[in-house]
Design a protein around this ligand. Structure first.
Ligand code: 6CS
Length: 338
């Protein structure tokens, strides 16, 4: 027979268990720098689906603009307000100078297979960068490519001389400023939210981004020429707040890593044909848009700037940067040899 006290005890225990269950199912906040249907948004959605299919947790995604600019979401992730953040090295360079290595022109290969092997197997990405991110309170979970970067300008560009006096928007890192100075332009660092308006009002006359982003953000409405010189592939990075990640159970850490791996595989497949499709869509939306893929010969003077930008990178980052650059070169060689 249950007496009043034992029933009371059972009710309390049941409530406690229900409470414990509720506490273990958490909502994790994840912010990125693009719209929900752009590459970072597609990655975030896959991550969310995997987490929610394999745990009791839910992921709340905040696309670009909902929580501020890229610098804002990084601060929120470092403060633990966000559990996950996607911030591209183009912005992280201010916090982790070594991340600017991704802006040495012509360092990353254009061949898709080599590029993907590099991102999968790179020791620089999988072993050295995580230490540098950890110093900033971040657990680096992955880095992935988003597509070949092309320039959009008002006038055609066939050599560095054509960029003379062109105020060219770059993401906010000093090495990208060096890189576009070496290309002959007047680099103007700006957060993304200001770019369309600055082109529209003529404050700047050019900017660079991967094909899908030129199309989805309608850069062709405010510029007339696209020029591809094969100098870079847009790289981004996903990380967690380190205290949050370290505090997860081993099972939850595995759920997170598995979700990252699933989203990574998905996004590499998703890249296939994306650049060509985007340029075709732009040509359809604005038939008078000039889309110029420069020849090997025309690219030469741009390629010749790489050594000078590399020197600037080493000057900015010292031994630590040199270690990253050397490892990346070794990783790229290994990827090309595969
Ligand atoms: O140029 C930028 O600032 C933006 N570009 C891309 C492809 N993603 C996010 C970033 O903010």
């Amino acid at each position: 027979m249950f007496n009043r006290t034992s029933i009371g005890g059972m009710v309390a225990a049941a409530a406690l268990m229900a409470g414990l269950g509720a506490a273990s199912a958490e909502t994790w906040r994840y912010a990125h720098e693009e719209a929900a249907d752009e590459v970072q948004g597609v990655f975030a959605q896959k991550f969310k689906e995997s987490i929610e299919a394999n745990s009791d947790h839910t992921v709340q995604i905040f696309p670009f603009g909902t929580l501020g600019e890229s610098a804002d979401i990084m601060e929120q992730a470092q403060a633990g307000i966000l559990q996950f953040v996607d911030q591209s090295p183009g912005f992280t360079g201010a916090l982790i100078p070594e991340a600017q290595v991704f802006f040495v022109p012509y360092l990353l290969p254009q061949d898709e297979e080599t590029l993907q092997t590099f991102f999968r197997e790179s020791k620089a990405i999988n072993e050295i960068f995580p230490e540098l991110y950890a110093e900033q309170g971040l657990e680096l979970l992955t880095m992935f490519p988003e597509g070949e970067v092309c320039m959009t300008t008002q006038e055609p560009v066939t050599s560095p001389a054509d960029l003379n006096e062109v105020k060219f928007r770059v993401m906010t890192n000093p090495l990208l400023v060096e890189s576009y100075r070496a290309f002959g332009a007047t680099p103007t660092p700006l957060p993304w939210g200001e770019v369309y308006g600055a082109l529209q009002t003529g404050i700047i006359q050019g900017q660079e981004n991967p094909g899908f982003f030129l199309e989805s953000t309608k850069m062709y409405e405010v510029t007339d020429v696209i020029t591809c010189i094969g100098h870079n592939n847009f790289t981004t990075a996903v990380m967690a707040n380190k205290d949050f990640f370290d505090g997860l159970s081993e099972d939850d850490q595995k759920v997170v890593q598995d979700a990252i791996d699933a989203a990574f595989d998905y996004i590499l497949d998703y890249q296939s044909g994306l650049q060509e499709d985007a340029l075709a869509k732009i040509a359809e939306a604005k038939p008078e848009m000039q889309i110029n893929i420069l020849s090997e010969e025309e690219r030469k003077p741009f390629m010749e700037t790489a050594a000078q930008v590399e020197d600037a990178f080493i000057e900015m980052t010292g031994e630590s940067g040199k270690r990253i650059l050397d490892q990346m070169k070794a990783d790229l060689e290994a990827a090309a040899g595969n």
